[in-house]
Design a binder for this molecule. Structure first.
Ligand code: NAP
Ligand code: G4F
Length: 334
């Protein structure tokens, strides 16, 4: 049974990846940073099937200790400060965790378990102000946020450890992927959760920033399958993972409100305070390499994704209302 170590296991992707690797017969060790709050909800259902180890991407010794102790066959580095707007508020923290944290983890692997296969969670944000459409593994990068810049550092240091030390390191350049487990600060879930609140009479408006931004949105469980497939290849390399379709934020709104029988124009307000200092206007990926070499295919279309997210939030808010837990309309204004 191979042992897989996942940083960021408490996040959206980490929880789905842990489920997928357990299904494949892996032992799963999740890296969690110290917290004074309750156990992380996204992995509560997996607690008796996985091991958790304390470490932080800020802290070299803690990473070295977990690699030393578990001697993983596969390491998935999903941990990051991953919210783009927060990267302008905390550019140094973002650089430390999302960028330099990759080097700390790679160093720990190099020193203690150099034969382990490593997956680095790179991002389509690295394409930023895009140089070509669609974007492939060969498209030049032009990041537009401190987050994008930090991810680009992480990407190149991953490539560098592969080339310098012959380590089996893959970088997955993943386009946006969403699910009912997405945090409500990201636009997809901010919309689907607010639609459900509005439907239940708990809110009356949705304030958004750039409605014209276009993203290539997919379904997170499909995308974690691609991560695992990358580490099964005989030779390490980088892959774009994307649906190949692009849609504007306003289309997401239109479909999401329609799913609940509502007209989005009655509720959505475009708020200049939510615009970013610099945005990424258009992302659309070409995942031909992942499809041909990995045999990867997405199973959920954009339309299905929006519907499943709204239906999940309608059910969630209904349960919250039933238990008297319905929170005030308090989606973060960012
Ligand atoms: P997410 O939900 O924001 O999860 C981030 C994870 O990183 C959480 O488990 C978080 O732990 C952990 N983390 C943050 N700072 C840490 C630190 N200093 N040390 C250790 N762990 C730390 O992100 P996601 O959507 O699952 O994305 C997974 C990865 O893929 C991220 O690297 C993201 O940048 C990248 N990515 C995501 C997408 C996407 O569309 N989702 C696309 C491309 C790339 P806590 O629970 O303790 O906060
Ligand atoms: O959902 P978002 O915050 O995701 P973003 O910035 O594309 O980043 C996500 O995908 C990246 C992959 O490309 C990941 F690397 C990253 O970690 C993260 O998972 O915003 C999507 C678009 C943006 O153009 C933003 O300006 O939606 C626009 N938007 C419009 N109104 C909004 C809002 N975004 C948010 N979060 N909140 C709004 O009110």
């Amino acid at each position: 049974m191979p042992t897989a170590l996942i940083t960021g296991i408490t996040g959206q992707d980490g929880s789905y990846l842990a489920e997928h690797l357990l299904d494949l017969g892996h032992e799963v060790v999740g890296v969690v940073r110290h917290s004074s709050s309750e156990p992380p909800p996204r992995i509560e259902h997996l607690r008796d099937r996985i091991e958790l180890a304390g470490a932080d991407l800020f802290d070299q010794t803690s990473l070295l200790n977990v690699i030393d102790r578990y001697q993983p066959d596969e390491v998935y580095n999903l941990a990051a400060q991953s919210f783009v707007p927060a990267s302008w508020q905390q550019p140094i923290l973002t650089g430390e965790v999302t960028g330099l944290g990759v080097t700390r983890l790679l160093e720990a692997v190099r020193l203690s378990r150099p034969e382990a296969r490593v997956y680095q969670a790179s991002s389509s944000e690295m394409f930023g102000k895009v140089h070509e459409v669609p974007q492939t593994e060969r498209t030049p990068f032009y990041p537009r946020s401190p987050y994008g810049v930090a991810k680009l550092y992480g990407h190149w240091i991953a490539v560098n450890y592969r080339e310098s030390y012959g380590m089996h390191v893959c970088s997955g350049i993943l386009f946006n992927h969403e699910s009912p487990r997405r945090s409500t600060e990201f636009v997809s879930r901010k919309i689907s959760y607010r639609v459900a609140q509005i439907k239940h009479g708990l809110a009356h408006e949705l304030r958004l920033g750039n409605l014209d931004a276009r993203r290539d949105w997919g379904y997170a469980p499909d995308y974690v399958r691609a991560m695992a497939l990358m580490l099964q290849q005989p030779e390490p390399r980088d892959y774009v993972v994307a649906s190949g379709e692009t849609h504007a934020v306003r289309e997401f709104c239109e479909l999401a409100f329609a799913t609940a029988g509502l007209d989005w124009t009655d509720f959505v307000i475009s708020d200049p305070a939510l615009l970013r200092p610099a945005d990424v206007d258009l992302l659309v990926g070409d995942a031909t390499l992942a499809r041909t070499e990995l045999g990867w295919e997405p199973t959920v279309s954009f339309r299905e994704l929006v519907r499943l997210m709204v239906e999940a939030d309608l059910a969630l808010v209904e349960t919250e209302v039933g238990r008297g837990l319905a929170p005030p309309a308090s989606i973060p204004r960012r």
